[in-house]
Write a protein that binds this ligand. Sequence first.
Ligand SMILES: NC(=O)CC[C@H](N)C(=O)O
Length: 223
Amino acid sequence: MKVAVVVFPGTNCEVDTKHAYETLGQEVELVWHKEERLPQEVDLVVLPGGFSYGDYLRSAAIAKFSPIMKEVQSHAKKGGYVLGICNGFQMLLEMGLLPGAMKRNANVHFVSKYHHLKVENSTNQFLRHLTSGQIINIPIAHGEGNYFIDEAGLTSLRANNQILLTYCDAQGNPQNPNGSVANIAGICNEAKNVFGLMPHPERAIEALLGSKDGRAMLEGFVA
Ligand SMILES: NC(=O)CC[C@H](N)C(=O)O
């Protein structure tokens, strides 16, 4: 599988993401955001975490205008897989590839810690190696992770099984570290080829570093 990891000024998770996919035996290319073409025959485009353009205006508000984003849009429109992690999730929202928007965390603090998540739906490529209802532990690190969507949008996310992950405690009781509507930590589009989440699976691929629960997620795309 060929993975393209897009790098913006201010991105800081591209090396971890590349390392994670290389650990899974995949071919990974870092792609500078000024490029106008994605590598040929790319299977998965990852928009990694970080602070693109220093989060000026609001997270990902400027990154969406980068030249490579036209290609990312058309890759997604053709049914190609796109995964947005943290700042990458914020980009997918800004680009309209995923519904909803991100606000500052309700407590206006940057939160950086391990957090339990509940797998809400695993009938998709990304979470297929996990089970619906499973509790996993993955780091979060963000200042703007307060996911917002209106009532009608939430109803349609639920109806189409687009809610992937919610925040919870170790027993699976709902928790909310940032104010997100319905404790949402990750969603996908209706066609289930575009995925966005605030937690960082690429930081949870080795038990030695605290958790390898992210590995199963990243493996979802590997044939
Ligand atoms: N880790 C990240 O990707 C950070 C995302 C974003 N810049 C925020 O703080 O909300």
